[in-house]
Design a protein around this ligand. Structure first.
Ligand code: ZN
Ligand code: ZN
Length: 258
């Protein structure tokens, strides 16, 4: 099983997860031409993607989905609320498959678990993907930690976790007051400190990869996110990967134990 990022942050998010010949995108907030270029760069044929899983209707997650899905005839999976909230962003003849929050589904060789999360969208979920032996979880937009999130993202083999902002940089930074309150609120985005608490709560012995994602360009730095996650895990900082707006190369997740 392996995964890579084709872009992460407010300029557009997309993850590619692959196992047993099945390839799925989690989110598609990148325009179809840029996404195609990045897929080819990653050695992935854009016409051989089996599904697009959408987390929620914010433009940085859904903006490129309809055009890309139509171009390649790829089915798009999303919750009822996300489909309603996305409106025309998931319209125009896209093959839509409704996802039940917390209802498991299968796409080829992959088991998909949509996990309901607190975030300021209609019916947002984040995803855990497994192939029977290994499980990868991706959490990119989360306002606060819930017991269900901790239970769902525990004991994974790889975790992508939002490290949106440093609380002091957000407080002192350029955003208007209403936006600071939204981003830092319980339906906004995870700070480095809160994400680190979640990381410490869910990290288990199987964990092979931790990737900090969805970093704010104005309210965070890679160094702060990396230091916070390394402290939470008691590991060296070079063990923490960062997904930037340009993405992150393939990470292999394997059953082999060192
Ligand atoms: Zn969002
Ligand atoms: Zn987002």
């Amino acid at each position: 099983m392996r995964f890579c990022s084709l872009g992460s942050g407010s300029s557009g998010n997309a993850w590619l997860v692959e196992s047993g010949g099945t390839r799925v995108l989690i989110d598609c907030g990148i325009g179809p031409d840029r996404l195609t270029a990045r897929l080819l760069q990653a050695g992935a044929d854009p016409s051989r993607i089996d599904a697009i899983l959408i987390t929620h209707e914010h433009d940085d997650h859904v903006g490129g989905a309809s055009a890309f899905a139509r171009r390649h005839g790829i089915p798009v999976y999303a919750t009822y609320g996300t489909i309603q909230g996305a409106g025309s962003a998931l319209g125009g003849g896209v093959q839509l498959r409704e996802v039940e929050p917390a209802g498991r589904l299968t796409v080829g060789a992959l088991d998909v678990l949509p996990v309901p999360v607190p975030h300021d969208a209609r019916e947002p979920v984040q995803y855990v993907l497994g192939d029977g032996a290994l499980r990868i979880g991706v959490i990119t937009d989360l306002g606060s930690i819930t017991p269900h999130v901790v239970a769902s993202f525990s004991s994974l083999d790889a975790l992508v976790l939002e490290a949106n902002h440093d609380a002091d940089m957000l407080r002192l930074g350029p955003y208007p007051k209403f936006l600071k309150e939204r981003v830092g609120g319980p339906y906004g985005h995870l700070s480095n400190a809160v994400a680190s608490r979640l990381l410490a709560a869910v990290a288990g012995e199987r964990l092979q990869h931790v990737v900090a994602a969805h970093l704010s360009l104005k309210n965070n730095t890679a160094a702060l996110a990396r230091a916070a996650f390394a402290t939470a895990l008691g590991c060296t900082e070079d063990w923490i990967a960062i997904a930037t707006e340009d993405g992150l190369g393939w990470r292999d997740v394997s059953t082999a134990r060192v």
